[in-house]
Design a protein around this ligand. Sequence first.
Ligand SMILES: [Zn+2]
Length: 128
Amino acid sequence: MSDDKHPTAMTFDELLEIARRRWRQLRGEAVGEEWSCGHTAGAMCQECYRLLAARAHELAEENLGVREALQEIETWSRAYPLTVFPEPDLKKAAELLKAGGLTLDAVSASVMRHALDGVGKIVREALK
Ligand SMILES: [Zn+2]
């Protein structure tokens, strides 16, 4: 997003503030104090606008990716409905497992590990 030839030292937030004021002015609201990117007369020079638009586009793409990941997790959260998989009698399950030399805690931990590995994989991919 940076352009060495452009004399801007403005941050994205500063450019965004100029864009917000411009938007308010276009809606007929009083903007008040002096505002400009400082490179040319007027609200924002073309280069600053280009930088702002490019960054806004990046953020929108990023947001889309994060939303897709959240949607995937939300869909997964509905994969085991009680109507298809009724709650088991966990006390009975614990007794049967114990009789076979296993513990319900170990089985629970394994299931949770699998589920959270899956969620972690989706989240890590979205955070790249
Ligand atoms: Zn500018």
